[in-house]
Structures are given as C-alpha cells and as structure tokens.
Design a protein around this ligand. Structure first.
Ligand code: FE2
Ligand code: FE2
Length: 193
C-alpha cells in the first residue's frame, strides 16, 4: 500500500481502541502538525505559486480534521490533552536532508511530508477496518481517503520541483528507512505509535 515496506499489525488497532481519549488526543495534534508543516512549506517556498495554492488547501483541510477530532473528543465527554511528542516523526525529520542545495532540502521536505501522509493513511485504514466503534470506523475511512490525496500531492510536487535530485531513487531510500523504523512502533495508542 502506497509503497510502504511494512504494513501495521491489525492488533495495534485494539491497543488504540482501548484508550480512545489518548488516541484521539494524539490524532488531533497530528492534524495540527500536518497543517503547520504545510504552512512552513508555503512560507519557505513562496515563489512556487501552484504549491502555495495547493498547500493552502491542505493546511485548511488539516485544520478541519483537527476540528473534527476535537468535536469527537468533546461529544464523547473526553478532554483534549496537551500536544503529544511524535518520536516517529522526529526520527523521519532526522533522516531528511537539510544540507546540500536549497532545492535538495526542499524536495526532501516534500518527501518527508509524503512519507508521513502515507503512513498516516495506512494507520487510518487499519483503524477503519479493525475498530468496533462504527462511527469512528467511518470517520477513519474518510480521513484515509483525504490523506491518500495529500500523499499524492506531496510526491507529485517533489517530482515537479526537483532540479538536482533523483526523486524516485530518493523516495526508495525513504521507503526503505521508514520500513526499518516502523518495526519498533505499533505498540502504543498513538497514530504513529
Ligand atoms: Fe489530516
Ligand atoms: Fe494530510
């Protein structure tokens, strides 16, 4: 699925469902971080008009997702907790190339975003197919579709704007790294946990 090297064990969904307040809090902040990432990309690469337009749409969609998750939290009588640290994303960020040319760093930032969208999409799929709560299963199915679209947008922009990067080769390196990394996750009630 989406080129991912390792699919999530469906038992992770049971761990997630055992603590809905926690997974929903973690999820809400994932959406906020996705919006922030899109805004940062806009601010740092404003010469690309098409990117500015598309990522503005994505930033808005991510904040709508945030709003939807927060609404579910309230509706169920839970409380939105403080922002959770995302070790998975932190490790991906370390893997991303920040040296080299400006274009290289830009393209790698787009691939970093595509990678997170791909895994998030896969995790939402696992939730939608394995949790017993039907309302949430439907919600996660809809989000899975949305994040798949974001994944495609980021990957296409990486290809479109690359001037000195072999994007397909670099994307393979991302998939290989992520496939190793994700092996140490899948045991916590967090979207990338
Ligand atoms: Fe989202
Ligand atoms: Fe997204």
């Amino acid at each position: 699925m989406l080129g991912l090297k390792l699919l999530t064990d469906p038992r992770w969904a049971n761990i997630a469902e055992s603590n809905l307040e926690e997974i929903l809090t973690d999820h809400a902040w994932c959406e906020q971080k996705a919006a922030t990432n899109a805004i940062t990309l806009i601010a740092n690469n404003s010469e690309h008009q098409e990117l500015v337009d598309e990522l503005t749409t994505i930033a808005i969609e991510e904040m709508q997702h945030f709003q939807q998750v927060v609404a579910i939290i309230k509706q169920r009588g839970y409380t939105l907790g403080r922002e959770r640290k995302d070790d998975y994303v932190g490790k991906l960020l370390k893997f991303s190339k920040k040296d080299g040319s400006r274009n290289m760093a830009f393209v790698d930032r787009l691939l970093f975003a595509a990678m997170i969208e791909a895994r998030s999409c896969e995790r939402f799929r696992v939730l939608s197919q394995n949790i017993k709560d039907q309302e949430l299963a439907k919600f996660y199915h809809d989000l899975m579709v949305s994040e798949a679209g974001h994944y495609t947008t980021f990957l296409n922009f990486a290809r479109q704007y690359s001037t000195d990067v072999d994007v397909d080769k670099r994307w393979k390196e991302w998939l290989a790294f992520e496939g190793e990394l994700i092996q140490s996750f899948g045991n916590k009630e967090a979207i990338h946990g």
